[in-house]
Design a binder for this molecule. Structure first.
Ligand SMILES: [Zn+2]
Ligand SMILES: [Zn+2]
Length: 214
């Protein structure tokens, strides 16, 4: 199953221009089997997700993108409504209690621009970032990042033996499906999604950058 694990929609994410109805149509056109709506610390109403999913004939799952003191984290299987910035340790404890799954989102976004690239940060050094002590997986393919940034995430994930996921991080409808996570098993609901994430039966796949620049 090809699932885009990282998508923002309007109006739940102020930064996004994606209309949910256009999104599901495009997801279907792109032959995705499912999408995850990962807004910034706001969850979709499950009834609305259900309705949208049935109308479109594709699976839609709820996730959440938390801002923590150690960077952004994608969270699945955790449905508490928390608005404030969280300490990663606190978030980890709460998510683990709920049986949820945490992914370090775009961990090396901008690492070239803030100069570490020039300083030639090694994979060993990069792997010491605190966020990696508190996650179950690393987003090794993010559609908004450069190849260098994604490559660093992939190398770090390999070094730490953490599984890697892919997602577009789309904020516009033509940005979806650039990176997806391909699951071995059929996934029907959010519980199965979380179970398959924990089981590690997936891989990140690049389906190609569709847009110019970013
Ligand atoms: Zn983010
Ligand atoms: Zn995002």
């Amino acid at each position: 199953m090809h699932i885009d694990l990282h998508i923002h929609t309007a109006p739940l994410s102020a930064c996004s221009y994606i209309d949910p109805v256009e999104l599901v149509q495009e997801a279907d056109r792109m032959k995705l089997d499912g999408i995850c709506l990962t807004e910034h610390q706001v969850l979709w109403d499950p009834v609305e997700v259900d309705r949208l999913s049935r109308e479109a004939g594709i699976k839609i799952f709820r996730g959440n993108e938390f801002t923590t003191n150690q960077g952004d984290v994608l969270v699945f299987g955790f449905y508490e409504d928390i608005k404030e910035l969280m300490m990663i340790q606190e978030l980890r404890e709460a998510v683990q209690k709920a049986g949820g799954f945490m992914i370090a989102a775009h961990p090396f976004r901008g690492f070239k621009t803030f100069g570490i690239g020039q300083l030639q940060m090694t994979v060993e050094q990069a792997a010491k970032r605190k966020v990696f002590e508190f996650v179950d997986a690393v987003e090794i393919g993010n559609g908004k990042l450069s190849q260098d940034e994604n490559d660093m995430a992939r190398k770090v994930a390999e070094k730490l033996s953490l599984p890697g996921t892919g997602g577009s991080d789309a904020h516009r409808v033509d940005e979806i499906a650039t990176w997806v996570t391909v699951f071995e098993k059929d996934i029907q609901d959010e519980n199965q999604l979380v179970a398959e994430l924990h089981a590690g039966r997936f891989k990140a796949v690049n389906r190609g950058q569709k847009t110019e620049g970013r």
